[in-house]
Design a protein. Structure first.
Lengths: 587, 279
């Protein structure tokens, strides 16, 4: 049903010319793809950095590809650590699931023609792009990339090159890049929030929104509250470095017998500000994948989401509690032991909404008719990884148990599984699911399944041993274990993990090939709705026209996951299908 | 219809996926039960308590892990596409309430339990007769200062700090209390006596970690952080740095020994003699 007289003010004529259409486009779909491609470039850069690190850890005295004839230097290793973490967290995990897929599908799933502020949207992408260039530039300046890790703890990050190679211009560029990224994320967050609140189609009440939309919406709120703090912290750190202020540097510091002219700052202040952003950031990375995995699990088991409301409330609770637990990163920092107690109990309680989500995912599959598409395999893999990666958090949330495990490989294994790999599985699943809508062609399912199996087995082979290496006491961010006697026992496990990582890393080329090949030669997505899904993007052509609904304003009559409704001829009811005479509900 | 085509493939895939999840779960449980790689035995009472709480956590997370992964394997296998219509259900509020309460009780209960151990580590009253040792982290070494026979640490001044000349603390030897302060690059403590380390850092953040103590504490520039323990067993161990402190982070280690009272006193006397013969 179309109402041409009420065409929204946002519908604008499609732009002409290559530059306005593909480069400086204000179309949320083009911007979504731009974000996705940026993340795709970034993820392979980050992946290569991690494989180089793994190589060094397994064979510390051998030459590493591209690092000359001798062994990799510790400072080169630490530069890889820093850049791998930063690129993955900011330019992949924040960029692909939220800015990429969110930009493309949030407006369509709520029946809008575009984002609320298309120009700001364009600006936000290009600002992110500049931020990426500045970050990568840090590799090429004198001294190289910074070595203070993605957490950039002061004073190491605050006093300049006296603290070590990479701590000069490289560290400054790192901070500038992060600050630019924050500005971009704030613009994006505002846009997502305004769009969700204002531009929903008629009939699309909040409780009819797909869980993907809920996830993007809540993530945007988190981003709005978190990135502002990181921006401020980053600017203060920059001032400490270039303007001689002392926000994070106390007095009396001496580096190789040279005193530094600072006084009155607090290294713990940086940690508080950083983790006030950094912990919600974990949820910024994982919430969109929770939404996308939920969406896929429902679609491909042909069942409504089990406990839709509970899922929404759980995401809200995770978002809220996510702001109350940053101190659990600081149990060993010298923070008051009393604060640690509060942060600890609050952190343990965040396990509750996480468990609710897990049970509801399994409940969704229960009684379903599961279609094992590649997208679905990744969604199921996501659930498994979320459980494995989440449970190790219960160790780290208890200060006494955390004490021996803090800053060991146990932590590395924990956060890689939960915020790295699980989130990436959500992204992969969403990619296989939405690729036909975005590009009009399918990704190859055979290659997709091969990619899934190697990756799923591979990530467990990499990260399960790492938990145990953490229990052995292997500290993280060590370029080699040669100086510490007890670490000689870790040589075998290090090599095992490296081989698993190399195989898993190589398998990602299958995905890259599949992606590029399918763009041109993939099977055509003839049908508008090949997966027989309910959400609004599957009611419009693939790829969708410039204004999404062709001037039509969709009206929503159904909840987002009406699958296998008894008495219906089809096993799904699109959200905008005409209303049914009081269907039997099974709540 | 396409449903029929997919039925055939779904049995194989469902089987492989369920099988994978079962094998993965069993192997993981085996690795954690057999403690393939694990901390060495602890040498402190508090270390034993930490191990007990860790074991409790292993039990709880182990049960949830096994039930969730096997539950996932089960639904993947049982509810593969058989060409039928899925069950239409929006959920079950009783179940939601039940599992919310159960996990809340289990997780938060475990978390509250942990606080008692934490309080013993960090909130206990200092022992008046503790052996007090200053620990100073610098890029990339650990330094230790013992107060000497007078039991007092002498004055230090930032401008006197000179690691190259063997004075990383910046001890002012003109202060009488400083004359007998012993500075060494190894940490020796006596067995069965309360020890109080006072952690400081000269340049960036470092972190004190000894596996056998189960203790990890950052040494933060500008702060002096106490760390207390009693070692019950003699032996030679390793202290490592666990906070990224720069390019030499991975080689920032020091020997850590727990000695009998006699050995410890003798060692202190030897160090003092060395200091006085070579002021």
């Amino acid at each position: 049903m179309s109402t041409p007289s009420h065409v929204a003010a946002h519908v604008h004529a499609p732009p002409q010319g290559f530059l306005r259409k593909y480069i400086f486009s204000t179309d949320h779909k083009v911007i979504g793809i731009q974000y996705y491609l940026l993340a795709l470039v970034a993820v392979f850069v980050g992946l290569v950095l991690s494989l180089l690190m793994r190589w060094k850890l397994a064979w510390p005295n051998d030459p590493v590809p591209w690092f000359g004839d001798g062994p990799m230097l510790p400072e080169q290793y630490l530069a890889l650590v820093t850049m791998h973490g930063t690129i993955m967290v900011f330019f992949v995990l924040t960029t692909a699931p939220q800015s990429g897929f969110g930009n493309y599908f949030l407006p369509i799933q709520i029946g809008a023609a575009d984002m609320a502020f298309p120009v700001i949207n364009m600006l936000s992408f290009w600002t992110t792009f500049v931020s990426f260039l500045v970050m990568v530039a840090a590799f090429f300046v004198a001294g190289g990339a910074p070595i203070s890790g993605w957490t950039g703890y002061a004073p190491l990050s605050a006093v300049g090159e006296i603290a070590g190679p990479g701590q000069g211009l490289g560290q400054t560029l790192w901070i500038v890049s992060i600050a630019i990224f924050c500005a971009a994320s704030l613009m994006g967050a505002l846009n997502f929030i305004a769009t969700t609140i204002d531009l929903r189609a008629r009939g699309l009440s909040l409780m009819r929104m797909p869980l993907t939309v809920w996830a993007w919406f809540i993530t945007a709120i988190l981003a709005l509250l978190a990135f502002g703090v990181l921006l401020a912290a980053g600017l203060l750190l920059l001032l400490d470095r270039i303007a001689g202020t002392s926000f994070f540097v106390p007095g009396g510091l001496v580096f190789t017998d040279k005193p530094v002219p600072h006084q009155g700052g607090s290294p713990l202040l940086w940690q508080h500000l950083f983790w006030f952003f950094g912990h919600p950031e974990v949820y910024i990375a994982i919430l969109p994948s929770m939404g996308m995995a939920s969406h896929l699990l429902s679609t491909f088991s042909r069942k409504p989401i089990f406990g839709y409301r509970a899922m929404v409330y759980a995401m809200g609770a995770i978002g809220f509690l996510g702001f109350c637990v940053w101190g659990h990163h600081m149990f060993a920092s010298g923070m008051s032991p009393y604060s640690a107690m509060a942060f600890s109990v609050l952190t343990m309680s965040i396990g509750v909404p996480s468990a609710i989500k897990t049970f509801n995912w399994i409940g969704t599959l229960w009684g379903g008719q599961i279609r094992f598409t590649t997208a679905m395999l990744f969604a199921i893999g996501f659930v498994s990884l979320f459980v494995t990666g989440g449970l190790s958090g219960l160790f780290l949330a208890q200060p006494p148990v955390d004490q021996p495990l803090h800053d060991t490989y146990f932590v590395v294994a924990h956060f890689h599984l939960i915020m790295g790999v699980a989130a990436i599985f959500g992204i992969f699943g969403a990619t296989y699911y939405w690729f036909p809508k975005m590009f009009g062609r399918f990704l190859n399912e055979g290659l997709g399944k091969l990619h899934f199996w190697i990756t799923f087995a591979g990530v467990y082979l990499i990260f399960v041993p790492m938990h145990l290496m953490g229990f052995f006491g292997q500290p993280r961010r060590y370029a080699e274990g040669t100086a510490v006697q007890f670490l000689s026992a870790m040589e075998g496990p290090q090599q095992f993990v490296t081989i698993a990582a190399l195989v898993t890393g190589l398998a990602q080329l299958i995905f890259l090939f599949n992606f590029l090949w399918s763009l041109k030669w993939g099977r055509k997505a003839e049908a508008i709705n090949p997966w027989r899904s309910t959400s609004l993007e599957w009611t419009i052509p693939s790829p969708p026209p410039h204004d999404n609904f062709g001037g039509r304003q969709p009206v929503v009559h159904h909840g987002p996951y009406e699958y296998s409704v008894p008495g219906e001829p089809e096993d799904f009811i699109p959200q905008d299908a005409p209303p049914r005479p009081a269907p039997a509900t099974g709540d | 219809m396409q449903t029929k085509n997919r039925c055939a493939g779904s049995t194989t895939t469902a089987f492989i996926l369920a099988f994978f999840l079962v094998v993965f779960t069993l192997v993981t449980v085996y690795l954690f039960v057999s403690k393939t790689w694990w901390f060495p035995e602890t040498i402190t009472p508090i270390g034993h308590e930490i191990d007990v709480q860790t074991q409790r956590t292993l039990w709880l997370t182990g049960i949830v892990f096994v039930l969730s992964q096997l539950g996932l394997a089960w639904v993947v296998w049982r509810y593969r596409n058989r060409g039928e219509r899925a069950r239409y259900s929006h959920g079950n509020n009783t179940l939601e309430v039940l599992w919310t309460l159960a996990t809340a009780l289990a997780f938060i209960g475990l978390g509250v339990l942990a606080q008692f151990t934490w309080a013993k580590i960090h909130l206990a009253e200092p022992e008046p007769d503790a052996v007090v040792i200053e620990v100073l982290g610098e890029q990339f070494a650990w330094n230790f200062r013992y107060p000497g026979p007078d039991g007092k640490f002498g004055r230090t001044r930032t401008e006197l700090i000179n690691s190259g000349a063997g004075n990383p603390f910046g001890i002012d030897r003109s202060d009488p209390a400083a004359a007998d302060d012993i500075v060494v690059p190894i940490l020796n403590v006596p067995v069965n006596r309360p020890i109080e380390l006072r952690l400081r850092a000269k340049d960036v953040i470092h972190s004190f970690f000894v596996r056998e103590l189960r203790l990890k504490q950052d040494a933060v520039p500008g702060l002096e952080i106490p760390l207390r323990f009693v070692a019950e067993r003699t032996g030679d161990f390793e202290l490592v740095c666990t906070e990224l402190c720069g390019m030499g982070h991975q080689r920032m280690r020091a020997p850590f020994s727990v000695k009998t009272a006699a050995e410890y006193e003798q060692w202190l006397r030897d160090e003092l003699a060395l200091l006085q013969s070579n002021p």
